[in-house]
Design a protein around this ligand. Structure first.
Ligand SMILES: Cc1cc2nc3c(=O)[nH]c(=O)nc-3n(C[C@H](O)[C@H](O)[C@H](O)COP(=O)(O)OP(=O)(O)OC[C@H]3O[C@@H](n4cnc5c(N)ncnc54)[C@H](O)[C@@H]3O)c2cc1C
Length: 491
């Protein structure tokens, strides 16, 4: 077991900015833990380490990373912290549990950097814990979505950024949200023919968001940049269209698109078939709440009804000593995550030391957060999941891919056996009981059974842990979970 003043979970923009700011304005020790193979998170996702003649030159992917100078500055600050003996960055460490401890919080992680046959565990006790765990992208089922070649938009982006892999030669993107644009532009620049970006919502929805747009004029420039890139590569962008099916024998060969009416339902007779060899469909992001839920911090719904970590204007959660920053507090983009990371750092420094981050830095960060949160809310309002997302599902459409549960089985649980939420659907059908623990199908199961995103699910073990690793924990910290009363040493 080791100890530190502050443990930051997540080395994305929020976690990196938090750690760098703490190092700069205090003498506190900091441990940053991240499941990825290097710092950067989703926004600055790094290529996987590779050796040999086929090893990827990171320079080939440089165009996919915006704001690289800021990333380098953060890494430089962390490197100084490492040299001073105040910072440890533990990549490929997955935190599977964080629980209160006499001295603060005990954080259990597994080290996945040494191969699948040797997965040592570690426990670090920290006086303060910062949750900067980000988000994951949200999928909804449709006929054929389980074919090879059908991915989430984030999946396509991750393949490109982490491995330089362009997932197909003819690629279509669907779903909703501004994230479709940079992914389409990146794929087109790296050689894919992007046959279309099919945005479910219409631009007119943005007319109601004039105030948020006016306060964030820089975002317009960003959008215009992507629009110009798509124009250059002749990528058509069609609004009010949805991917309603994927077709193919062994892998995806074509998709069917439908036009949506004003209420968000597919218009009968509007189907159009498009040949593709890869398709990415994404419906926004869900905050990565596993650790937050188990710690029992308060959550709050965003405007779309998705639960996010509730924080005060200094990024403190409802639990003393636990702070949160970035997309775990609601999806809003990397600049917002960076600023929230700095604010969380200011709160940690104020709570744990006699020092302070300068007041003007804090108040300016607060103004940025308020402004950008307003824009994030506007995005959610302008890009909802359409009401008719499930109209074209068939009884044999798979909803839970891990357990191969069909829509027919889910509907039977709802209509014949009275399931009213995702948890009851899970108990009756095994939806969400497989490897992904409902991270992929949970949102759909909640919408189908209750018509809204369900409450965040408690997963006492946030990542798969080998039994041998659990057994090797000398003295597990036994603390009951607020929601279930189950101690973590009972697992
Ligand atoms: C798949 C995907 C791709 C995206 N690509 C882009 C993009 O190209 N451009 C863009 O502007 N925005 C992108 N976004 C949005 C983007 O996530 C943010 O704007 C930004 O990266 C948020 O920063 P963050 O620090 O809050 O979270 P993230 O960048 O997501 O960082 C969170 C980090 O926490 C780590 N983590 C989570 N749980 C644990 C755990 N239990 N143990 C250890 N580590 C953990 C993760 O490995 C991750 O590195 C993407 C989002 C997703 C989900």
């Amino acid at each position: 077991m080791s100890t530190t003043d502050v443990l930051v979970v997540g080395a994305g923009p929020a976690g990196l900015a938090c750690a760098a700011t703490i190092l700069e304005h205090s003498s506190l020790s900091v441990v940053v833990v991240d499941a990825g193979h290097g710092p950067g998170g989703q926004y600055w996702r790094q290529p996987a380490p590779a050796v040999g003649a086929d090893a990827l030159d990171p320079a080939e992917l440089a165009d996919l990373h915006h704001d690289r100078a800021r990333f380098d500055a953060l890494l430089h600050r962390l490197e100084q912290g490492r040299t001073d003996g105040r910072l440890q960055l533990r990549s490929q460490h997955h935190v599977w549990s964080a629980v209160p401890d006499m001295q603060g919080y005990a954080v259990h992680a597994v080290d996945r950097g040494r191969g699948p046959s040797h997965v040592p565990g570690s426990t670090t006790v920290a006086r303060a814990l910062v949750l900067a765990t980000g988000a994951f992208d949200r999928a909804l089922p449709f006929p054929g979505w389980d074919l090879p070649g059908v991915m989430t938009v984030g999946g396509l982006q991750a393949l490109l950024k982490a491995g330089g892999v362009v997932a197909g030669r003819r690629v279509a993107l669907g779903g909703t949200g501004p994230f479709l644009l940079p992914v389409a532009a990146g794929l087109a620049r790296h050689g894919a023919t992007v046959v279309g970006v099919y945005e479910a919502n219409r631009p007119a929805r943005w007319l109601r968001e004039g105030r948020a747009v006016a306060r964030n004029a820089g975002k317009l420039g960003e959008g215009a940049g992507y629009a110009a890139a798509l124009l250059r590569h002749r990528v058509p962008v069609r609004a009010g269209r949805m991917v309603v099916a994927a077709h193919g024998a062994d892998r995806v060969e074509a998709i069917t698109l439908a036009r949506l009416d004003r209420a968000g339902h597919p218009v009968p007779g509007s189907d159009q078939r498009v040949a593709v060899d890869a398709v990415g469909v994404g419906w926004g992001f869900s905050p990565q709440l596993d650790l937050a839920v188990t710690l029992g911090v308060d959550l709050t719904p965003d405007v779309a009804g998705t639960e996010v970590v509730a924080v005060d204007d200094a990024q403190r959660t409802s639990r003393p000593g636990v702070y949160a920053a970035g997309e775990v507090c609601g999806v809003g983009g990397a600049p917002l995550a960076l600023t929230e990371g700095r604010l969380a750092a200011a709160a940690v420094v104020a709570d744990l030391t006699d020092g302070r981050v300068p007041a003007d830095v804090v108040s300016s960060a607060r103004r940025v957060v308020t402004r950008q949160r307003a824009f994030a809310t506007a995005i959610l309002r302008a890009h909802p999941v359409p009401a008719g997302w499930a109209d074209r599902l068939a009884p044999d459409t798979i909803v839970c891919r891990c357990e191969e549960v069909t829509l027919g089985a889910v509907r039977a649980a709802i209509d014949e056996r009275g399931a009213r939420d995702a948890r009851q659907v899970k108990q009756l059908t095994r939806t969400g009981m497989g490897w992904c623990q409902g991270r992929v199908c949970g949102y759909a199961a909640a919408l189908l059974s209750s018509g809204r995103p369900g409450p965040a699910v408690e997963r006492l073990v946030a990542a798969p842990v080998p039994l041998g690793t659990l057994g090797a924990l000398a003295e597990p910290t036994a603390r009951p979970s607020r929601r279930t009363g189950i101690s973590d040493d009972a697992m």
